[in-house]
Ligand binder design. Sequence first.
Ligand SMILES: C=C1C[C@]23C[C@H]1CC[C@H]2[C@]1(C)CCC[C@@](C)(C(=O)O)[C@H]1[C@@H]3C(=O)O
Ligand SMILES: O=C(O)CCC(=O)C(=O)O
Ligand SMILES: [Fe+2]
Length: 374
Amino acid sequence: MDPSASTLILCSPFDVKNDKERGLLSLLQKQTNLPTRFLWPHQDLVYTQDELKEPPIDLKGFLDGDEQATIRAASQIRAACLNHGFFQVINHAVDINVIQAAHDEMEAFFKLQMIRKVLAKRKPGSVWGYSVAHSDRYSSKLPWKETFSFGYDYVNGPEIDLVNYFKSILGKDFEEAGYVLHKYCEAMKKLSLAILGLLSISLGLDGSYYRKFFEDGCSIMRFNNYPPCNQAGLTFGTGPHCDPNSITILHQDQVGGLEVFANNKWQAIRPRPNAFVVNIGDTFMALSNGRYKSCLHRAVVNKEKARRSLVFFVSPKEDKVVRPPEDLRETRKYPDFTWSELQEFTQNHYRADATTLQTFIDRFLSKKTHPTGK
Ligand SMILES: C=C1C[C@]23C[C@H]1CC[C@H]2[C@]1(C)CCC[C@@](C)(C(=O)O)[C@H]1[C@@H]3C(=O)O
Ligand SMILES: O=C(O)CCC(=O)C(=O)O
Ligand SMILES: [Fe+2]
């Protein structure tokens, strides 16, 4: 193992190599002082008891081709995206067994010994791989989570690629996981394109507009695990941020912890096993010329239970120019950029937060005006 991997193991509060270490883990979680690197600023730690009560959007009629139901769903989506950029969908046609199987594989992955998980460790500059609290990238405000991410190419994403990726980094016993995750990603691709169809209609565009833009995309699939934390009120599983990608489709387990900033306050999203949570990200905000809001959200942790979520970060092909359609382009809110430029910014220069897009654009424009950095 490389020295940085062993440092990671030593630093990590989530190390679980054997029963002795499992004991260590629970000791750590019971300690009165949270390691300072996990502390978040007081002003961020606003506690909420509110719950977002907006009803989920039923996709059945739209998926069956019913015109009235399509108009209804599109106008519900429009209202949600103009307001806060968040909605849930039900009757989405994703097989519950496919969802359950993906959760089972996620659980199997996180139960692995740390020594095996770090073999899949995320490389500097890359979004793919395993990360504990992003501790090798950041030194403060660490998120109380471990993640495992990999890409899903809408065109060149054949089953065999994912199966080989899982087998090569995790071993032969994860071959089946590759097939299961391939199925899940395929379902997410289908659902994302359907939602992009509704988003197009909701903005008064041809139903195929954004579908076409994303049909050769390359999305990012992620497992999130939030262990219980004795000092849950002092940290975050994922701090307040907007996703830099286009739209995000998330399935959370039954524990709860996701919160969105809507109507000027933090509101909890109660888990619904039959629903997918969808939020608008920065790239779609730019594609709608600022009409739709990139949703500010966060994940809190709790003292008793581990929480898990499956996240699909929908993204266009890396070199696609992010530019709103002509009909929405009256006064440009953002200049042209590519997804790979924004992604690179979040990996090498800036930690995604509530103002990622604006900061990226400001630096992007000043670099253009002063290419030498002066
Ligand atoms: C381009 C990306 C940056 C992140 C991974 C992908 C898609 C979403 C981003 C992220 C999840 C947004 C929240 C903050 C972040 C640092 C995280 O907590 O995981 C972000 C991702 C990342 O850089 O890992
Ligand atoms: O796990 C969650 O509920 C939120 C995760 C999230 O926001 C993210 O991974 O970007
Ligand atoms: Fe997010």
